[in-house]
Design a protein around this ligand. Structure first.
Ligand code: ADP
Length: 239
């Protein structure tokens, strides 16, 4: 079986001075292309650490992580960065937008770094902003947008390279209930209609129910891994 994400007995520890903190203690997690997975667990359980490893922002102390069958252990920093830019789109709780530039310019940023011509940057940025329902706000700066709209800009930015994998760390953690559901509707559409693989950390049970699989971490190990019919308003958010 080919997995997009294949994590095998991953351990992660941090050493500060004489203190060693064991955060992940042998996590196994296999995720197929096209799955929508929530990662839950109490604060300090190791969710963000696991997400950082999945997103190449950190590396395991031991164990193996294969992305699309490629053993990440053997890659150097440049190779990791290149694969990360092409394959993974990140969405964070605090949106992480540049405050002084427009929604359009925020979304274009990854293309600017990749050296894509400006005309092409604009075209692609407008397409992804339309996907998240923000065509009418492209010239607004983040401070002129609601929290939900800012998160939609962040999702558009994550989509700009058409990544195979979207990693979302508490994407609704800073939003009111209505905006949270609007953001989840967008994730559902990306998953259901466009086949994106989504891995999302959340501590909110109602938000996790949008995904078809809920993995619960506890004290650095996988406590539960449950597949269920997801919800999407009254509709299903399943492929
Ligand atoms: P969660 O996302 O589930 O709240 P985290 O993965 O953020 O948990 O953190 C798990 C544990 O690892 C916490 O006790 C945290 O203090 C510790 N930790 C996380 N990152 C570091 C780091 N860079 N250095 C030292 N300890 C860390």
């Amino acid at each position: 079986m080919d997995y997009l994400i294949d994590i095998d007995r991953v351990h992660k520890e941090y050493i500060i001075g004489e203190v060693t903190t064991k955060v992940l203690k042998g996590v196994n997690l296999k995720i197929k292309k096209g799955e929508f997975v929530s990662i839950m667990g109490h604060s300090g359980a190791g969710k963000s650490t696991l997400m950082n490893i999945i997103g190449f922002l950190d590396q395991p102390t031991s164990g193996s992580y294969k992305l699309e069958g490629i053993n990440t252990e053997k890659l150097n920093e440049d190779e990791l960065a290149e694969i990360r830019n092409i394959t993974i789109g990140f969405v964070f709780q605090m949106f992480n937008l540049l405050p002084r530039v427009s929604a359009l310019d925020n979304v274009k940023l990854p293309l600017l770094y990749a050296g894509v011509p400006e005309k092409e940057q604009n075209k692609r940025a407008k397409i992804v902003l339309e996907k998240v329902g923000l065509s009418h706000r492209i010239n607004n700066h983040p401070s002129q947008l609601s929290g939900g709209e800012q998160q939609r800009v962040a999702i558009a930015r994550a989509l700009i390279n058409n990544p195979k994998l979207i990693l979302a760390d508490e994407p609704t953690g800073n939003l009111d209930t209505k905006s949270s559901y609007e953001i989840m509707d967008i994730f559902c559409k990306l998953h259901k209609d466009q086949g994106h693989t989504i891995v999302m950390i959340t501590h909110e049970l109602d938000i996790s129910k949008y995904s078809g699989r809920i993995v619960t971490l506890d004290d650095g190990v996988t406590l539960k891994d449950i597949r269920r019919k997801s919800i999407y308003g009254n509709k299903k958010c399943d492929t």
